[in-house]
Design a protein around this ligand. Sequence first.
Ligand code: ADP
Ligand code: UDP
Length: 238
Amino acid sequence: MEKKEQLYEGKAKKVYATEDPELVIVSYKDDATAFDGTKKGTIRGKGAVNNRMSNFLMGKLAEAGIPTHVVKELNDRETVVKKVRIVPLEVIIRNVSAGSFAKRYGVEEGIPFDEPTFEFSYKNDDLHDPLLNTSHALALKLATREEIDTIRGMALKVNEVLKEFFAGCGVRLIDFKLEFGRLSDGTIVLADEISPDTCRFWDAKTGEKLDKDRFRRDLGSVEEAYQEMMRRVFGGQA
Ligand code: ADP
Ligand code: UDP
């Protein structure tokens, strides 16, 4: 499968057309941004880590019955995926308080929840991705009620599968962001990526952060944390 014209360049990935109108190729970059794109940098090797890890995790999710956009990994950085119309909602699941949750509600980070939380924000850079609820999403016609119900069910299932998988790697899955898309027939599938850019991972024993917070918060050893997550996920297979 060959790359044709570039359709889009985002902050972390490029998207290319292919000869098949139903398929696109995503190409993962080493570029990193945070705080609404105001902090910019490079994390060497990140593109390959995120590509390979995201494909591996989506493979596990597919085995668990969750439909995903992944079709075929082409090389370290590039993957053929089903072309979707992205539902403009950033879906966030949390198991433990951290990040914007801790800040917004004035609690410390690291408080485990009895049940995971589900929230979404409006995926709109100009508006800085504002938080919204289901009635807002319906009013704005971002998705139908049925789609939101499907997305919520799938996101909670993703959490169950990934929480258990990462526990086996000695990693606590603190929170993560998912994006969903519509295939040409309207079917909802899991799209975008699942990686240290989009999840918070804390070492189960030491609590060490093994994700993009090392970049956001200038904690150092950013590349090493991404490589450590590769080793945890792939074990002997990396
Ligand atoms: P951003 O747009 O936030 O800067 P990226 O750099 O990750 O993010 O760019 C990738 C873009 O491709 C995102 O807008 C994402 O929603 C979109 N995308 C992800 N998966 C698919 C897919 N299967 N089909 C079409 N677009 C996708
Ligand atoms: N997240 C993301 N993209 C975003 C916003 C959040 O991938 O645009 C992820 C983030 O990495 C974390 C989770 O979603 O794993 C929850 O993020 P939070 O709302 O705490 O926001 P942040 O602290 O990143 O501002």
